[in-house]
Design a binder for this molecule. Structure first.
Ligand SMILES: [Fe+2]
Ligand SMILES: [Fe+2]
Length: 192
């Protein structure tokens, strides 16, 4: 089972990530496990998905595109090819599945959508999205408020993260990934 391989994954992460990104990954794993306990998800899957979510974070864009194209599962649009900040999530899914033999679809999908979100996110997808935003190592002005929200509602915390991403990209005249817009609209229409 993929959830029995954390030790193996940790060794690979030590090779691929900086110490601070490794620390971030462990913090996200811990936070994801905590959120899974609160919201009734599989705590072991949450921990493992959190641990490996950023495995491709420092891979050069050309390498990620090559990996994604060779695999063929994800057909990227031209705009997606240019939004390099979100590529590591797609490349992470491909790398974990094709190079490390990860088979758990819930874990793979949580990694795949951890940067953009998507319409109708699963429980584990929301947990990883929110854990990435509220992990112990995160430090931004609203972080304690978002952490409090996360304890009460994954949807509200996810919406907060999506709004932040949309706002900050728009302010810098950067494109917004279509999945982020869809995720935002889906939740905004359902949350009071
Ligand atoms: Fe990431
Ligand atoms: Fe992350």
């Amino acid at each position: 089972m993929d959830t029995d391989r954390n030790g193996e994954f940790l060794e690979i992460l030590k090779e691929k990530l900086t110490p601070s990104r490794l620390y971030h990954s462990i913090c996200v794993a811990e936070k994801a496990k905590h959120l899974a306990e609160i919201f009734g998800a599989d705590t072991e899957k949450a921990y493992t998905a959190g641990l490996i979510h950023d495995i491709m974070r420092y891979e050069p864009a050309e390498e990620m595109l090559k990996l994604i194209d060779e695999d063929g599962k994800h057909k990227l649009t031209d705009s997606e090819r240019r939004i390099t900040v979100t590529l590591h999530a797609v490349a992470g899914e491909v790398y974990l599945r094709t190079k490390l033999g990860v088979t758990d679809e819930e874990i793979l999908s949580a990694v795949r959508y951890h940067t953009t979100g998507k319409e109708k996110m699963t429980l584990l997808e929301k947990i990883i999205y929110v854990a990435d935003l509220t992990s112990e190592d995160r430090d931004y002005p609203d972080v304690s408020k978002v952490r409090e929200t996360a304890e009460e509602s994954l949807e509200k915390a996810t919406l907060r993260g999506l709004s932040f991403t949309i706002e900050s990209n728009a302010k810098q005249n950067r494109p917004i990934h279509i999945d982020t817009v869809k995720a935002y609209n889906y939740l905004a229409e359902r949350i009071e």
